[in-house]
Design a binder for this molecule. Structure first.
Ligand SMILES: Cc1cc2nc3c(=O)[nH]c(=O)nc-3n(C[C@H](O)[C@H](O)[C@H](O)COP(=O)(O)OP(=O)(O)OC[C@H]3O[C@@H](n4cnc5c(N)ncnc54)[C@H](O)[C@@H]3O)c2cc1C
Length: 497
């Protein structure tokens, strides 16, 4: 889950101090690994081929759009070109369609380009948690950005979660998409982490956050109900099948939209962009040529929904102040206890380390498959930063994930049980933990980005796609876009220093 760097410079100095303190052999290993990856990614990386198989993507019939539009004729001309078919890209298309329906603007043509199979980036390889922030890290946000922005850190996530749940429920997709309202329990492994969480709670409460459904649990309560020996706190949350949600959102948009003609080209990476000579008097004059191995497409607007891979097309996103690809790893492992015993909740411990939830079952006596991610903190100071290869696994993390649940829930997981699946995926990390949302500015007229969601994109990416769709519609009609109340101002590209 998201690891928010409270004092980035301070954290970096710790990293370098740790490197300095480790043995000379380890130093060389870390630095040469770092160098290799920097060289590998020096011009930004595209997704690799042969990615590890994820439960969400590689279960039978899970990805009907996998190769959609990968053959046949390429769309050579579109009003809006969206690069990336994950949560952000498809949400942008969905919201463009919704906004168009309500406006007097002329119909638009949009095309989504996807380098690999449909939704095969982070959205198709994540932990499946939809946990809007209730109060954690409120104090840090308030200290850094003020109380109003701290509140917006909560509102953007609740806006996103309710938007996703609304789409699912209004189209009767709850069962198909495995949407479960199970809540989320954070376990505290140290007194310090519980103390900080209680401070966050008090600060959010004082600022007026809705905390009615928050439930604190003592070590004894957690132990007797769930079998883990730690205190915790439960907040409202869902878990779901993210790829199936994005597929549903794409289909709804494609089939229901009367004013957005939507096209999808999978297995079609955008490898470069170049400006076209456009007519400034014509708001829909084509401004950009996107090049792919299958030919090129002329576009008026371009949306970079490429998250970890944004820097391939946007050199300004390279390096620590841009979007840093960071590999996460997940196992799907069978529990040795019934679904009834494990309950439907999703879990995390020490925010930023491990996170897991049991998949829904047909009978409560069944032993569910548990999706568990984390373990990056055990991989040394780099923590899988600048790693873009999701065709491989880190053996240190593999070992840690196998040991984790038997350790936290003694008796409920078998230490010798091998995972049924194990995969990796690439997140987009930023220096502040916040995404970049908005126009790319000088020299990039008509281009927008919504990317850099860390390991906490499910309750943010959907809304950031919505914000970009609003910006495009405002630009098209010559109006000034006003940020919605729910969007943190610090996400906006023009607010970044
Ligand atoms: C292992 C892991 C676990 C996670 N767990 C959770 C969780 O439980 N809860 C949570 O909230 N968040 C989680 N996240 C984060 C969350 O999945 C992401 O923040 C979110 O899915 C980002 O969505 P996106 O659409 O912006 O990016 P992506 O889903 O990565 O989509 C970007 C797409 O762009 C494509 N692309 C890139 N470059 C190009 C190009 N040049 N041309 C064409 N296509 C291109 C990629 O192939 C990719 O499909 C996790 C992430 C990972 C990797």
């Amino acid at each position: 889950m998201m690891l928010f760097k409270k004092y980035h410079a301070f954290a970096l100095s710790i990293v370098w101090a740790q490197i300095a303190c480790s043995s000379r052999f380890e130093d060389q290993k870390i630095l040469s690994q770092s160098l290799r990856q920097t060289e590998f990614c020096s011009s930004g990386c595209l997704p690799v081929a042969n990615s590890t198989k994820s439960f969400w993507i590689d279960s039978p019939n899970a990805n009907p759009l996998a190769t959609e539009g990968s053959g046949g004729t390429l769309t050579t001309d579109a009003d809006v070109c969206i690069i990336g078919s994950g949560m952000t890209g498809v949400s942008t298309a969905h919201h463009l369609s919704e906004l168009l329906e309500r406006s007097s603007a002329p119909p638009l043509k949009a095309v989504i380009f996807e380098a690999r199979d449909f939704c095969s980036g982070a959205t198709g390889r994540n932990g499946g948690h939809l946990t809007p922030r209730a109060f954690l890290e409120f104090t840090t946000y308030a200290e850094l950005y003020g109380e109003e922005e701290a509140m917006k850190s909560l509102t953007v996530e609740h806006h996103t979660a309710s938007g996703i749940v609304d789409i699912i429920e209004s189209h009767n997709l709850t069962v198909d998409l495995d949407l479960v309202e199970g809540g989320h329990i954070t376990l505290f492994f140290t007194e310090e982490s519980e103390r900080e969480a209680r401070m966050d709670y008090a600060a959010a409460d004082a600022a007026g956050a809705d905390l009615n459904d928050v439930e604190w649990m003592t070590q004894e309560q957690v132990s007797s109900k769930f079998g883990a020996r730690y205190p915790g706190v439960k907040v409202p949350a869902h878990n779901l099948w993210p790829l199936k949600f994005v597929t549903g959102m794409y289909n709804i948009t494609k089939l229901n939209s009367s004013k957005l003609s939507l096209h999808l080209h999978t297995r079609t990476p955008v490898t470069s962009m170049s400006p076209l000579e456009s007519d400034p008097r014509d708001s829909l004059s084509r401004r950009w040529k996107l090049t792919t191995p299958r030919g090129s497409t002329s576009c008026t607007y371009v949306v970079h929904a490429t998250n970890a891979y944004a820097s391939h097309l946007l050199p300004q996103m390279r390096g620590d102040q841009g979007i840093v690809p960071t590999r996460g790893q997940i196992v799907a492992i069978r529990a040795n206890a019934s679904a009834e015993e494990l309950t439907k909740a999703s879990w995390s411990a020490e925010p930023g380390t491990e996170y897991w939830f049991p998949r829904p079952v047909n009978r409560t006596t069944e032993h569910p498959l548990v999706i568990l991610g984390g373990g990056r903190h055990l991989t040394g100071p780099k923590r899988e930063r600048y790693v873009t290869d999701d065709s491989a696994l880190n053996p240190v993390i593999s070992r840690a994930l196998r040991e984790y649940l038997p350790d936290v829930f003694p008796g409920k997981f078998d230490p010798d049980q091998e995972p049924e699946m194990e995969w990796s995926g690439i997140m987009g990390y930023t220096a502040t933990g916040d995404p970049f949302v908005g126009p790319l500015g000088d020299g990039y007229g008509g281009q927008y980005v919504a990317a850099g969601f860390h390991g906490h994109g499910m309750p943010r990416a959907f809304a950031c796609g919505e914000a970009v769709a609003q910006m495009i519609m405002s630009n098209l009609s010559g109006e000034t876009w006003s940020p919605p109340d729910w969007l943190p101002r610090r996400y906006l590209t023009w607010e970044k220093t």
